[in-house]
Design a protein around this ligand. Structure first.
Ligand SMILES: [Zn+2]
Length: 583
C-alpha cells in the first residue's frame, strides 16, 4: 500500500515536472536548456544498447537515427544529403605513387633528392605543385614556447622560407616537451613558412603513420592528419583498421593512408630528411651539420641561423589510387535565421556523436569481464545532447538573424573524420560559416575536482578572431550565474595540444574562427566507466546555455566576427577580454 501510494505520488510529481518542462521548452530560448531532457537523451545515447557508438557500427546508426528523430520533433530542418538529416562521409584508403623530389642548390652546386632517397614526402602530399624557397632558415629545435621562455623564432623571420630543425627538443626544467614535437610543422606554417624539413625519426609520432608518412609533423593546411596524441587517439592515419565492428577486419587493404579529405588540396611540403641531405644543405654554412646534430642530440643550445646561398625547389608530384571506400554519416540540421540577407550565413554548432565502441579482446586486468562497453557518456555524449538542447532552444524559440547549422560528427575518435569531411565537402559553403562552436566533453569536473564545478575550459577562441573571444566573454558575463572561463589549455605550451584534438580544428585549419568548450579529462576517460550516472547535468545545461548565448550573439551581428589572426594569447596568465590591438 505504502509503496503503491509512493509510486502514485512519484508518478504525479514527474507528470507535473514533465508538464512544466514541456511548457518552458515550448517557449524555446535559453530557458529551455534544462537538465531533464539532457538526462533523458543521454540515458539512451550512452546506454549499453548502443555498444559504445563506434564508427561503422550498428550502435552509431541507432544514435544517428535517435538524433534525427529529435530534430524532426523540434522542427529543425534537415541539412544533409538530398533533403535528409544525414551527410554521408566517405572514408578512403589511398595508395600513392610518388614522383616527388627536392632540388637543392648550394653555392651554385645542384643536387636532386628523389622521394625515398634521402628525403621522404608524406604519402598524402596534396596536388601537384612546385614550391620554391629562396630563403632557408635553420630554426634550432623549431619550437615556439613563449610561456616556457623558449622561442626558436624570437629572432627569426620564417615568412616565405623553408624551415629546418633538428633534435627532439631543448631541455626545459620540469616540462615534457616530447608531446609538443608533433606540432613543429604547424608552428612553422603559422609563422609563414612555405615548407619544412625535419630529420627522420624525430617528432613525436610513429603511431598510425603507415607508409612512411610523417603523420606527427602534419602541415596546417590539413590534408594530412594532425598529431596523434599519446594514448588517446591511437589510430591516426590507420583509422578504422581492424577496430570498428563489422568493418571487415583484415579483409581490405587501406593503401598508404586513410583520408576523408580532397586529394587535390594544395599542401605545403613537410618532408623528413636523412643525414646525406642535411650534409649537402649545410655544406656552405659556417656550421657543420655533424656538430649541430651532436648538439641537438645532447639538448644543448641551438642558435637559429639563415643558411646563405641556398635555394630549394620542392616538386610535389604524386598519383593517388583509391583502394578502399567506407561510409559513415554526420547528422546535420538547420534552424533558419530571420534576416533575409544574413540567413544564408551560419553559426555552426559541432559535437561528435561517435565513441570508441567496446573492448573486443580480453578484459582489462582487474576489470569486469562483462563491462566492456565504453559508454562515452561524457565523451562526447555530453556535447551531443548539449547541442541538441541548443538546437531545440533555437528551433522553438526566437530566431537570430543568421542561420544555425548543427553537425553531429562521426569518426572523431578515429581521426576527426566527420569534421574533416565536412570541411572539404561542406553542406553549406565554408565562406558562409562565420564561426564554429564545438563542444566535446562538458559533463564532468576536470580530474573529478569538485572545485571545478563552475569552470569550463575554453580553447581557441582568440586565435583567429579576437572579436569572437570577446563575444564569448560578454555572453558569459551576461548570464545569471557566469561560469569561470579557464584558458589554460589554450596556451601553446600546453602539452595536451587540445586545440588540434577535436572537430573544431578541421574548421580552424580552413581559417574559420572557432570556440571550443571542454570540462577536462577525468579518470573514466575512454573507459567503460564513462557512464551517465556520473554526468553533472546542471553543468551540461550551464555550458550549453553559454554556447547558446555566444552563438545567438554571433548570429545577430551585422558583420562576421573579424578574422585578425593574432594567434593564442589567452592562456595560463592572460584571462578575460583581449584588446584587438594586443598581440
Ligand atoms: Zn571526444
Amino acid at each position: 500500500m505504502r509503496s503503491r501510494r509512493f509510486l502514485l505520488s512519484t508518478v504525479l510529481i514527474s507528470a507535473l515536472v514533465a508538464a512544466l518542462t514541456a511548457q518552458s521548452a515550448n517557449k524555446g530560448g535559453m530557458g529551455s536548456i534544462q537538465e531533464g531532457p539532457l538526462r533523458e537523451w543521454l540515458t539512451y545515447l550512452s546506454s549499453d544498447q548502443l555498444q559504445g557508438r563506434a564508427t561503422y557500427s550498428e550502435g552509431l546508426g541507432l544514435a544517428a537515427a535517435y538524433i534525427a528523430e529529435r530534430l524532426k520533433e523540434f522542427g529543425v530542418k534537415p541539412g544533409g544529403d538530398n533533403g535528409s538529416y544525414f551527410q554521408v562521409v566517405k572514408v578512403q584508403g589511398v595508395r600513392t605513387t610518388s614522383r616527388a623530389s627536392v632540388t637543392v642548390e648550394v653555392n651554385g652546386q645542384t643536387r636532386t633528392f628523389k622521394d625515398g632517397a634521402g628525403i621522404t614526402f608524406p604519402r598524402n602530399m596534396g596536388v601537384k605543385q612546385s614550391v620554391i624557397a629562396e630563403r632557408v632558415v635553420f630554426a634550432g629545435y623549431g619550437m615556439s614556447l613563449a610561456s616556457l621562455k623558449h622561442d626558436d623564432y624570437a629572432n627569426l623571420d620564417a615568412k616565405g622560407a623553408a624551415v629546418v630543425w633538428l633534435g627532439n627538443g631543448p631541455k626545459l626544467d620540469g616540462v615534457e616537451v616530447r608531446r609538443l614535437l608533433g606540432s613543429r610543422s604547424r608552428t612553422a606554417f603559422d609563422k609563414g613558412a612555405v615548407a619544412t624539413i625535419s630529420p627522420v625519426g624525430t617528432g613525436f609520432g610513429g603511431r598510425g603513420g603507415r607508409g612512411g608518412a610523417p603523420s606527427a609533423e602534419a602541415p596546417a593546411a590539413n590534408a594530412t592528419q594532425p598529431p596523434a596524441p599519446a594514448g588517446e587517439r591511437g589510430q591516426g592515419q590507420g583509422a578504422g583498421r581492424g577496430q570498428g565492428q563489422g568493418s571487415g577486419r583484415g579483409a581490405a587493404d587501406d593503401g598508404d593512408f586513410t583520408t576523408v579529405q580532397r586529394l587535390d588540396n594544395k599542401v605545403p611540403p613537410a618532408v623528413t630528411a636523412q643525414d646525406e641531405f642535411f650534409e649537402f644543405l649545410f655544406s656552405a654554412s659556417e656550421f657543420k651539420y655533424a656538430d649541430l646534430k651532436e648538439r641537438a642530440a645532447s639538448q644543448q643550445a641551438l642558435a637559429p641561423v639563415v643558411l646563405k646561398n641556398v635555394k630549394l625547389t620542392f616538386n610535389v608530384d604524386a598519383d593517388y589510387e583509391v583502394v578502399r571506400t567506407r561510409y559513415t554519416r554526420n547528422v546535420v540540421g538547420i534552424v533558419e535565421g530571420s534576416d533575409p540577407a544574413l540567413k544564408n550565413t551560419y553559426v555552426l554548432y559541432g559535437a561528435h556523436y561517435d565513441h570508441t565502441g567496446y573492448r573486443e579482446g580480453a578484459p582489462r586486468a582487474g576489470g569486469d569481464p562483462e563491462d566492456r562497453i565504453n559508454n562515452g557518456a561524457d565523451d562526447d555524449g555530453s556535447g551531443t545532447v548539449g547541442i541538441l538542447s541548443v538546437a531545440r532552444a533555437f528551433a522553438t524559440g526566437p530566431k537570430p538573424k543568421r542561420s544555425l547549422l548543427f553537425v553531429w560528427h562521426a569518426g572523431e575518435e578515429t581521426g576527426l573524420l566527420g569534421s574533416r569531411y565536412n570541411a572539404d565537402y561542406p553542406v553549406v559553403p565554408l565562406a558562409n560559416i562565420v564561426a564554429v562552436i564545438n563542444i566535446d566533453m562538458i559533463g564532468r569536473n576536470r580530474d573529478d575536482d569538485p572545485k571545478q564545478a563552475n569552470t569550463v575550459l575554453v580553447v581557441g577562441s582568440d586565435r583567429i578572431s579576437t572579436e569572437l573571444h570577446n563575444i564569448n566573454e560578454d555572453a558569459n558575463a551576461s548570464m545569471a550565474k557566469p561560469l569561470t572561463l579557464d584558458y589554460e589549455l589554450n596556451d601553446p605550451a600546453d602539452t595536451e595540444s587540445i586545440y588540434t584534438r577535436s572537430d573544431h580544428y578541421s574548421y580552424a585549419s580552413k581559417g574559420i574562427p572557432i570556440v571550443f568548450f571542454f570540462t577536462g579529462i577525468h579518470p573514466d576517460y575512454h573507459r567503460p566507466s564513462d557512464t551517465v550516472d556520473k554526468i553533472l547535468f546542471d553543468k551540461v545545461a550551464h555550458v550549453s546555455q553559454l554556447a547558446y548565448e555566444t552563438g545567438r550573439r554571433v548570429a545577430n551581428l551585422d558583420h562576421a566576427p573579424v578574422r585578425d589572426n593574432k594567434g593564442p594569447r589567452a592562456g595560463r596568465t592572460v584571462k578575460g577580454k583581449i584588446a584587438t590591438t594586443q598581440r
